[in-house]
Design a protein around this ligand. Structure first.
Ligand code: GDP
Ligand code: CA
Length: 334
């Protein structure tokens, strides 16, 4: 079974951990490598260069989470982290000070930057980093070409574009985004293996990731959206919106910026033409059913409702199981 998933950071990483646990429990995947091949296409629009180092927050969140090195409560960064380097940089007055890079995490960015400087593409660098973490999936960046999400804001400092990380981390997305632009996406090429993973997949999954700056950015790389639309595999998505709210984080601020309502149904509409199946939370069941009923051509995805809060591994496994079951059902339907 070849499973291909798109991935942002925390939402995707947690879901994928549940997926691996579920596959392992199903037996065929007792040795995941033997029974299943999971390819994860990671968002790189959040990437940023800090202190001369290339930081890839979403790739690292997936890698650390699946590799057992994540800071559990935080959901990003390393466990057992210390911040001596950050404090020393601050003592020199070096900016920015709003991005929390820990000492352990720094090592990852140093290795990555060294390899990039030597000319290795990001996909090979990611593979090298994963050789240590053994995430149990093949993690590929969406593109080897730099893509950076920027956000246009207008506040007391005037109208300007800031890096997504500055808007998200420093400004807590409190200043409304006038627009969100994935700079470089138009000219980016999918990384080697991305289109193949989509074409050759038996199942394609959209984990509950930010639909604008995670999944949306991956789909903005020319060729990827078409590959998802064209794949023979059933495409099943998990709503990142529960009861009209983004659960954790500030995804609603991203949706507002592009004029999309914060609802499971509205996110499904963003993925129109791509999704065959859509998992929504029980609290959104009526809403999502309405969308399907309203779709005269009945070409919308098959909607299933279940609890979607990834409160612990068991709950997350149940969500992954539902996604696999729905995909299976949709496959046999063909
Ligand atoms: P990020 O890059 O770290 O922001 O992570 P992602 O883009 O992968 O996912 C962030 C999104 O995950 C958030 O916008 C939430 O809507 C969603 N999310 C977080 N926790 C949960 C959860 O327990 N259940 C569901 N369904 N979605 C969640
Ligand atoms: Ca992210």
């Amino acid at each position: 079974m070849r499973i291909t998933a798109l991935a942002g950071g925390i939402g995707a990483a947690r879901f994928l951990r549940g997926l691996l646990a579920e596959l392992a429990a199903r037996g065929a995947g007792a040795d995941i490598g033997a029974g299943h091949e999971i390819t994860v296409i990671g968002n790189t629009g959040d990437d940023i260069t800090l202190f001369g180092l290339r930081v890839c927050p979403d790739l690292d969140t997936v890698m650390y989470t699946l590799g057992g090195g994540i800071h559990e409560e935080q959901g990003w960064g390393r466990d057992g982290e210390t911040f001596a380097v950050k404090a020393e940089l601050a003592a020199y007055g070096v900016e920015p000070q709003w991005f929390g890079l820990g000492d352990r995490d720094f090592a990852t960015h140093i290795v990555r930057s060294q390899m990039l400087d030597l000319g290795y593409p990001l996909s090979q660098v990611t593979q090298a980093l994963c050789a240590r973490w053994q995430p149990g999936v093949r993690l590929i960046p969406m593109s080897n070409d730099p893509v950076e999400t920027h956000v246009v804001v207008d506040d007391e400092q005037g109208r300007r574009a800031v890096h997504f990380q500055e808007w998200w981390v420093r400004m807590h997305a409190a200043t409304p985004a006038l627009s969100i632009v994935a700079i470089g996406a138009e000219d980016a090429k999918p990384a080697p293996g991305v289109l193949e993973a989509m074409a050759e997949a038996d199942i394609v999954l959209f984990p509950p990731s930010n639909p604008v700056v995670s999944i949306g950015t991956i789909l903005a790389v020319p060729g990827i959206r078409d590959a998802v639309a064209a794949t023979m595999a059933p495409v099943v998505g998990v709503s990142p919106i529960i009861g009209g709210a983004p659960v954790r984080g500030m995804a609603d601020a991203c949706l507002s910026a592009i004029g999309v309502e914060t609802s499971a149904a509205a996110v499904a509409e963003m993925y129109a033409g791509l999704l065959d199946g859509w998992l929504v939370d029980l609290s959104d069941a009526a809403d999502a059913a309405m969308t399907r009923a309203a779709d005269a051509a009945a070409t919308g995805p098959v909607v299933r409702a279940l609890p979607l809060l990834m409160s612990d591994l068991a709950a997350t496994r149940a969500i992954a199981a539902a996604a696999l079951d729905l995909a299976d059902e949709l496959r046999t339907d063909r």
